[in-house]
Design a binder for this molecule. Structure first.
Ligand code: NAD
Length: 502
């Protein structure tokens, strides 16, 4: 498989000009082989600022286009994505190392959010509120916000952009996207796909979508630019800790989608066959590189000796390799740094009494690719490194005897993204979902922690950043709310009975 050749061919088919793929100073690699697939030219800080200015100009026109008409653009984007699904899905596999069904699944998620946003474009409802004053009407109106900055991570190189862009566009905003420096090619493909939708739409303002190819310094330009009232940033908690205060300093809004350290609890009554499959996909799928990957598992002592040996077997036998060539279920880590981080966490876990199955690097023909066997680590208790997110396929397993203590341990980490309970006991399930149950933004019963649908609001609490994207009423984060009171009487009563007669 000549990965560079195939990448160029795919990008050309998707509409990206071949000229931008060579001659630049920013190399782009595929984790499947570790080989270089392009040399892009990063944007300068000055040009990034100009692109933001252009997006601001576009916003000023776009905000006056009726929302259902804006929805038409997103409908066309969905159509273009359907037509490009196979090629874009394969490019996601090449650039992020995902197995084919996950590459395609990521594009399906983009199509789904477009459908959702099209419906939403006719439902950007405000409330009518009872006024305390006679002859008055009170209501709220939702208005477009401005340029929406999107910063995205490598592991969902295209879906995260679409979650933000589809909503931002129907809400009347323009979008400036700084994709991960590890996955710029899929971003260029999305830009070309969007350009086709915009051209079919006809009169979309120029500059409605800007893509800034570059590293974190370019992200910082977006974060600091006064014409960007909202930045939706997806990535590590470290990144959010830098971006959040900078945005707060200029009173810009933030949607922060940061790291997860997701856990599951397996209770005595659990359907263990089902739990096993959910745990295997949640912990090993996407080579442990999802923000919602299952990283901690609390198993009741009564089922531990039944479940854990079966899990161990699954870890020993799961196929690892180039998913495009071998059909393996576990692809590569993104790069050498990810491998180093994994090994360092495993060493720490061992020193803390962990018993490790797997974790070793797999022999491949390519020295620069990092294929590892997922690691199952039985821990005597929850100590570091269990309490931190390591972005690699490591599942820490711990035994519990008391349900309250298991919930307390479940919540005793910095992150608060996704969580699961496996039980057939209604009391346990409801307790897990209750106010003193899981403290995460996503809490599931009898399914794993990963693989959210777009209909629900996506995001998490605590060090995950508190942001919400995608479904439910997440759209409200992309608009500004105005409360309007209209006096249609002939007098001027003041609220709260205040009198001020001049
Ligand atoms: P990362 O934090 O290294 O980079 C993410 C993005 O932020 C990149 O585009 C990067 O260039 C940019 N960036 C980094 N520092 C910045 C700064 N100071 N200012 C502006 N931009 C900056 O993350 P990654 O390694 O690409 O992705 C993995 C992490 O992302 C994991 O922690 C994972 O849990 C998290 N993630 C979270 C979600 C979610 O929805 N909660 C989704 C996907 C990934």
């Amino acid at each position: 498989m000549d990965i560079a050749k195939e990448t160029t061919a795919l990008l050309e088919r998707l509409g990206v000009d071949k000229a931008v793929l060579a001659g630049g100073s920013m190399p782009s690699y595929s984790p499947l082989t570790g080989g270089k697939v392009a040399d892009l030219s990063p944007i300068s800080a000055q040009d990034a600022a100009k692109a933001i200015d252009a997006a601001d100009e576009a916003f000023r026109q776009w905000r006056n286009v009726p929302a259902p008409r804006r929805g038409e653009l997103v409908r066309l984007l969905g159509e273009e994505l359907r037509a490009a699904k196979d090629d874009l899905g394969r490019l996601v596999s090449i650039e992020a190392g995902k197995i084919p069904s996950e590459g395609l699944g990521e594009v399906q998620e983009m199509i789904d959010i477009c459908d959702f946003a099209v419906g939403l474009s006719r439902q950007l409802y405000g409330l009518t509120i009872a006024s305390e004053r006679p002859g008055h009407r009170m209501m709220e109106t939702w208005h477009p916000l401005g340029v929406v900055g999107v910063i995205s991570a490598f592991n969902f190189p295209v879906a995260v952009w679409s979650w933000n862009a589809a909503l931002a566009l129907v809400c009347g905003n323009s979008v400036v996207w700084k994709p991960s420096e590890k996955t710029p090619l899929t971003a260029l493909a999305c830009q070309a796909i969007f350009a086709r939708a915009a051209s079919r739409f006809g009169d979309a303002p120029q500059g409605l979508l800007q893509v800034l190819i570059g590293d974190r310094a370019i992200g910082e330009v977006l974060v600091d630019h006064p014409k960007v009232p909202l930045v939706s940033a997806t990535g590590s908690t470290r990144m959010g800790a830098e971006v959040g205060p900078r945005l707060a300093k200029r009173f810009a809004r933030a949607i922060l989608e940061l790291g997860g350290n997701n856990a599951g609890i397996v209770c005595p009554s659990a359907d263990l066959d089902m739990a096993l499959r959910a745990i295997a996909f949640g912990a090993m799928g996407t080579a442990g590189q999802r923000c919602t990957t299952l990283r901690r598992l609390f198993v009741h002592e009564s089922v531990y000796d039944d479940l854990v040996p079966r899990l161990r077997k699954a870890y020993e036998s799961v196929s690892v390799g180039n998913p495009l060539e071998t059909g393996a279920l576990v692809g590569p880590l993104i790069d050498a740094a990810a491998y180093k981080g994994m090994q360092s966490a495993l060493e720490k876990a061992k020193a803390a009494g962990g018993e490790i199955t797997g974790g070793e690097r797999m022999e491949t023909a390519q020295d620069a690719a990092f294929y590892v066997r997922p690691a199952l680590v039985e821990m005597p208790k929850q100590v570091s490194p269990v309490t931190e997110e390591t972005f690699a396929p490591i599942l820490y397993v711990m035994k519990y005897s008391d349900f309250d203590a298991a919930i307390a341990d479940h919540n005793a980490v910095g992150a608060g993204l996704s969580s699961s309970i496996f039980t057939l006991d209604m009391r346990e399930a409801e307790r897990f979902l209750s106010a003193d149950g899981s403290d995460c933004g996503i809490a599931n019963v009898n399914i794993g922690t990963s693989g959210a649908e777009i209909g629900g609001a996506f995001g998490g609490e605590k060090e995950t950043g508190g942001g919400r994207e995608s479904g439910s009423d997440a759209w409200k984060g992309y608009m500004r709310r105005a409360t309007n009171t209209v006096n249609y009487s002939t007098v001027l009563p003041l609220a709260q009975g205040v009198s001020f007669d001049i």
